[in-house]
Design a binder for this molecule. Structure first.
Ligand code: HXC
Length: 258
């Protein structure tokens, strides 16, 4: 499909989606989020795709929801259309792993979009923030919920109440991002991580994604039981037999997603 606000490239089993509204620092509007959801669903349905990378430009992953689009909206409009609710839910229903490769600004809805991905690799120039408070509003796509679970109450309150930006080093220390790399290496590092994932059994990959995400939805006891049962169930797969045989035979496993 032809897109105007994103670029999609599929290569080596990885779909790389680049947000591409440079004049607005990739601010999220209806068109961009609509195209992003379509591209993610296309990647989900494409058997060749085993991992997804979501990225922006060196200057901005995304500087938030499009303020110019939102500024004249009323409460009734925002509420009636459940502003960005459907897009949020669609993104979080993607079962394949999504790596966010973040450089520059990831603010407001941009930070929240990065947090909807499965993990974040940041460049050393990345800046995360929930500056909605400066606009007389607050976070609306996870900035008060996911961020709090990821980095704890004190830092989440700090970010949401003061609107300050967090640099990549602090974001890594706080657990928001999994690794920080020089900006010139960001794409290479994200692609290397994605390549590693593409070699695994997709059954394990999807099971891992479901189990880790479950930990945010349930009690520890229920989560541990869910994990154990899914773990048990993987012994019904050919990939388990292959993975363990390959280990014993000291060779690379050839997974077939069966
Ligand atoms: C619309 C935006 C934008 C945004 C930047 N631009 N962010 N347009 N919505 N969120 C536009 C600017 O208007 C400008 O266009 C161009 O991008 C370049 O931005 P500058 O401000 O000139 O760049 P710079 O001086 O480098 O400052 C970068 C910045 C600043 C610090 C990122 O742009 C900024 O503070 N942006 C807003 C960040 C923000 O408040 N995000 C939260 C939004 S609310 P022109 O045409 O003027 O040159 C949100 C809610 C989510 O995200 C919840 C949804 C449910």
């Amino acid at each position: 499909m032809a897109y105007e606000t994103i670029i999609v490239e599929v290569e080596d089993h990885v779909a790389q989606i680049t947000l591409n509204r440079p004049d607005a620092l990739n601010a999220l509007n209806d068109q961009l989020l609509g195209e992003l959801v379509s591209a993610l669903q296309e990647a989900q349905g494409n058997d060749k795709v085993r991992c997804i990378i979501l990225t922006g430009s060196d200057k901005a992953f995304a500087a938030g929801a499009d303020v110019k689009m939102m500024s004249d909206k009323t409460f009734v409009e925002m509420f009636s259309e459940d502003f960005f609710g459907a897009q949020h839910d669609a993104i979080t229903r993607i079962r394949k792993p999504i790596i966010a490769a973040v450089s520059g600004y990831a603010l407001g809805g941009g930070c929240e979009l990065a947090m909807m991905c499965d993990f974040i690799i940041a460049s050393d120039t990345a800046k995360f923030g929930q500056p909605e408070i400066n606009l007389g509003i607050m976070a609306g796509l996870g900035g008060s919920q996911r961020l709090t679970r990821f980095i704890g109450k004190s830092k989440a309150m700090d970010m949401n109440l003061t609107g300050r930006f967090m640099d990549a080093e602090e974001a890594e220390r706080a657990g928001l991002v999994s690794r920080v790399v020089p900006v010139k290496k960001l794409n290479e590092e994200a692609r290397a991580a994605a390549a590693k994932i593409t070699e695994k059994s997709m059954i394990s990959v999807v099971a891992v994604k479901e189990a880790v995400n479950r930990s945010y939805e349930t009690t520890l006891a229920e989560g541990l039981l869910f994990e154990r049962r899914v773990f048990h169930s993987l012994f019904a797969t050919e990939d388990q037999a292959e993975g363990m045989a390959a280990f014993k035979e000291k060779r690379q496993a050839q997974f077939r997603d069966k």
